[in-house]
Design a protein around this ligand. Structure first.
Ligand code: NDP
Ligand code: MG
Length: 383
């Protein structure tokens, strides 16, 4: 089947990888809509290459250069939903940083589109709402995040009870400061944090990988995607990023998914699912890999994992608060207004200060998100 695909966030790291996949498998993937935030020239180039007439740009003032005969250009957050409504795709790839993709994702589910989700923030914030909506509509939520894609693949053949799964084991590269002594974390500069040892990604997620908030967000993401309690989600550091994650069953057997570090693997899998398709991606060569290493994460020196565990266990609005505070602190660090350890401090203090609501109703989590941003801004301004 050739799937009609809309990409939200097409000019970013995941978006451009998705277009690389589309170039490789044109018989299976037709791009029918593209959305970006600000990069008009790149969006125009993509539209021309893939012959796409439905485009969305977040910044309404940038609409004009994209218009042309036969073109429909949308803008703003409503524009993302308009784009999906106009194109009625089989699959929407959500690859926008942060929560901007949440409402369009819910709109796409209502229209019966399958969702390939890279934007972990929307599952962290409103995973319960998204998964319930998808179940009700009978649409698939296909994880693109490499760890969750790995777990999804490991679980696919399992015909027994969900209770047969004893543990999800999420692997983490450990980031650029895996071995840096705790007392030196205060000196970390933006440039150092942007040097990821194994993955090339957008700036926000690269900083999240350095603080380990990326792993924390992924634990909560897994909790909703696979409906498993936080207590059965573990993290292990695996510096080579070859084993993308694992599932342990009650009989002690563990299944893992491995590949070279290239996001085209999970993206292609989400697009051609439930089938498989040969491709030209680099295969794994075990003798040249030599060894795969595993170690415990430094949870006391990098508090993100424990904060996320706490948020995932409590549920309600706490994951949304953690996510929003982290977005504010991550950006403040990138703007050089906050120290590296300050990111954890802002998140922890925001989680303690914002009033908890034991609900994940959409309007409740959206309000908690806004509240947390305001509180996090105040906390970081006072530092
Ligand atoms: P990038 O920063 O590289 O790209 C973000 C994309 O979103 C850009 O195309 C940007 O457009 C677009 N965008 C931002 N705001 C809006 C908006 N309001 N409306 C429409 N488009 C918008 O991020 P990544 O690709 O790295 O990450 C995307 C998501 O995927 C994140 O949630 C991340 O956590 C997740 N992810 C990423 C991985 C990776 O390897 N990169 C791996 C796993 C998950 P523009 O640039 O034109 O402003
Ligand atoms: Mg990941």
């Amino acid at each position: 089947m050739r799937k009609r695909v809309v990409i939200l966030g097409s000019t970013g790291s995941i978006g451009t990888s998705a277009l690389m996949v589309a170039r490789q498998i044109p018989d299976r993937m037709e791009i029918v809509g593209l959305a970006a935030g600000t990069r008009v020239a790149e969006l125009e180039e993509q539209a021309q290459e893939f012959g796409v007439d439905h485009l969305c740009i977040a910044d309404a003032s940038k609409k004009a250069p994209l218009s042309g005969p036969g073109r429909r250009v949308y803008s703003g957050e409503d524009g993302l939903t308009d784009l999906i409504e106009a194109t009625r795709p089989d699959l929407v790839l959500v690859a926008i940083v942060g929560v901007a993709g949440l409402r369009p994702t819910l709109a796409a589910i209502e229209l019966g589109c399958d969702i390939a989700v890279a934007s972990k923030e929307i599952l962290v914030m409103a995973g319960e709402v998204v998964m319930n909506a998808a179940r009700k509509k009978g649409v698939a939520i296909l994880p693109v995040d490499s760890e969750h894609n790995a777990i999804f693949q490991c679980l696919e053949g399992h015909k027994g009870s969900p209770e047969d799964v004893s543990r999800l084991i999420i692997t983490a590269s450990g980031g650029p400061f895996r071995t840096l002594p705790k007392e030196q974390l205060i000196n970390v500069q933006v440039e150092d944090a942007l040097k990821h040892p194994t993955w090339e990604m957008g700036q926000k997620i690269t900083i999240d990988s350095a603080t380990l908030f990326n792993k924390g967000l992924e634990m909560i993401e897994a909790r909703w995607l696979f409906e498993i309690p936080m207590a059965r989600i573990d993290v292990v550091v695996h510096p080579q990023s070859i084993v993308h994650s694992m599932v342990e069953f009650i009989d002690g057997s563990i299944l893992a998914q491995l590949s070279t570090t290239d996001m085209c693997f999970p993206i292609q899998y989400a697009v051609v699912w439930p089938e498989r398709l040969a491709n030209k991606l680099k295969p794994l060569d075990f003798p040249s890999l030599g060894k795969l290493e595993f170690e415990a994460p430094r949870v006391d020196d990098f508090p993100a994992i424990n904060l996320a565990r706490q948020a995932g266990e409590r549920g309600g609005t706490l994951p949304a608060v953690l996510n929003a505070a982290n977005e504010v602190a991550n950006e403040a660090f990138r703007n050089r207004s906050l120290s590296f350890p300050g990111i954890w401090e802002v998140v922890e203090e925001t989680m303690a200060r914002v009033e908890h609501v034991d609900s994940q109703e959409l309007e409740v989590v959206v309000a908690a998100d806004l509240d947390a941003r305001r509180v996090a801004e105040q906390i970081f301004a006072s530092k």
